[in-house]
Design a protein around this ligand. Structure first.
Ligand code: SF4
Length: 182
């Protein structure tokens, strides 16, 4: 069911009822009359220009926060309806997030129901530098940030022949020897 139809029925206060399979079967049981049919050529958006035929506006997918808000609004508005009705409303709303948000916010407001937009998810903490996650970082005597046991071109940790080396200044961001702890 299209969003327009859903909203029209909600505004009328009617219960939105899905068309059942039996009803569909009854409607389609009668064969269509045989008519002479002229082949119809698809009209492209290009051909519509200047002919007064409005092109269907391009629809966009909802953002994560819009999707969450729509689901919250519909959970309130369709609280007493069937799962199928709610699912149809969700599908229609997600196919037209701009129109659906405008209308369903207004409906909730009209009914005195406040549905707060969901709080944005907290930003994920940045991953620690590569050397911190690398199994080639050695921390003798809990030395921090530690040393590298692989990159012999880096400055030695404690003396010319020391097997450990200073960690790179970029924290291993561009290191090709990185190997994560298993
Ligand atoms: S420099 Fe490279 S190999 Fe050495 S600890 Fe850092 S990421 Fe690992």
């Amino acid at each position: 069911m299209a969003l327009d139809t859903m909203l029209a029925r909600l505004e009328q206060g009617a219960t939105v009822t899905a068309v059942t399979a039996e009803e569909t079967a009854a409607v389609t049981a009668n064969p269509a009359p045989a008519l002479a049919v002229t082949a119809v050529t698809a009209v492209t958006a290009e051909k519509d220009k200047g002919q007064g035929v409005a092109a269907e506006p391009a629809r966009r997918a909802p953002t994560d926060s819009e999707r969450a808000e729509l689901l919250a609004l519909l959970a309130v508005i369709y609280a007493d309806d069937t799962d199928q009705d709610r699912q149809e409303a969700i599908e229609a709303a997600l196919s037209d997030p701009d129109g659906a948000l405008l209308c369903y916010r207004a409906i909730c407001l009209e009914r005195g129901r406040v549905v707060a937009p969901p709080a944005p998810a907290p930003a994920a903490a940045p991953a620690p530098p590569a050397c911190r996650r690398c199994r080639h970082r050695a921390t003798p005597s809990r030395a921090d940030p530690g040393y590298c046991d692989q990159r012999t071109e880096l400055a030695p940790a404690y003396g010319t022949d020391h097997p450990l080396h200073q960690l790179p200044e970029d924290g291993g961001a561009s290191c090709t020897r990185f190997e994560a702890w298993q």
